[in-house]
Design a protein around this ligand. Sequence first.
Ligand SMILES: Nc1ncnc2c1ncn2[C@@H]1O[C@H](COP(=O)(O)OP(=O)(O)O)[C@@H](O)[C@H]1O
Ligand SMILES: [Mg+2]
Length: 295
Amino acid sequence: MDSSIVVPMHVHGAAGRASDATRASNASARRRSSKAAMANGATADAAARMASSDELARLQARVRELASELTRTQEATRRHVAQELHDSLGAELTAARFALAGVETWLPADAPPQCTTALATAQRSLDAVTEAAQQAVGDLHSPTLDKGIVCALSHWTNSFAARTGLRMSFVCAADARLTRLSADASLAVFRVAQEALNNVAKHARASGADMRIETTAQHLSIVVSDDGVGIPAHAGQDERQFGLAGMRARCNAFDGELRVAASAGQARGTTVQARFEWKALMGNAPRARRTAIRL
Ligand SMILES: Nc1ncnc2c1ncn2[C@@H]1O[C@H](COP(=O)(O)OP(=O)(O)O)[C@@H](O)[C@H]1O
Ligand SMILES: [Mg+2]
């Protein structure tokens, strides 16, 4: 046992001095050992921090991987549904159109006028359904991205405005990187913008919407704002609604995020900001990491 522990605290004289020296040396030993302990503790803390930041990075990578898997599955489902709609519904609509044309041809000249009116109504309904089906197939199919994301979005916002009657503006940053996006990255950006505008048409009861493509050194953002009724607080919590969840997944797959909020400085409206990281967009991050990371 250490002698200093058994020496009384209030001893004077030589014995006291001797024990003072012992205490001093023990104190310095204790300081050394406590420094060593602190150093060990700091090393352990640093190791724990490294381990938890490694774990965090691994989980973030896994989230990106799952998000990109989800979007790939969505694209495959879209292609399948578009094909089905085109083949089965399209074929039935064509058959109905031919049948109605036959009725019109063979309708006797003295047929009651109600027959002609009913026929015209049926043909108009058929036209409306055909147009809606064609629109749905067009939305579901992958857009043409050969001329780049800016061209695809500008084309799509024009056709969206014509179809919905909404006043639309489209503003895009002059950034050369926008012309160098891969097909996967362009499709993710396109789908997010498409869903944001579809939501405006479906839910906002707006008179207009603005789409902006903004860029910074680090991020590409799609910002869609409308002057509609505003987004309810519970929006996106219903698990049957895939729109916002899909947009979020597409952003996550490229190290980004989705923000949905009331339009700033306006009495009404919603602003959706979808942010993607350039590094991930250019490097096609989700695919590159996919072999390396498993839970
Ligand atoms: N621009 C918007 N204005 C008002 N409400 C919106 C807007 N965008 C989304 N919402 C609300 O958010 C909900 C979730 O949207 P979403 O996930 O795309 O599902 P869905 O369009 O299938 O209903 C919508 O049902 C709607 O209530
Ligand atoms: Mg939606």
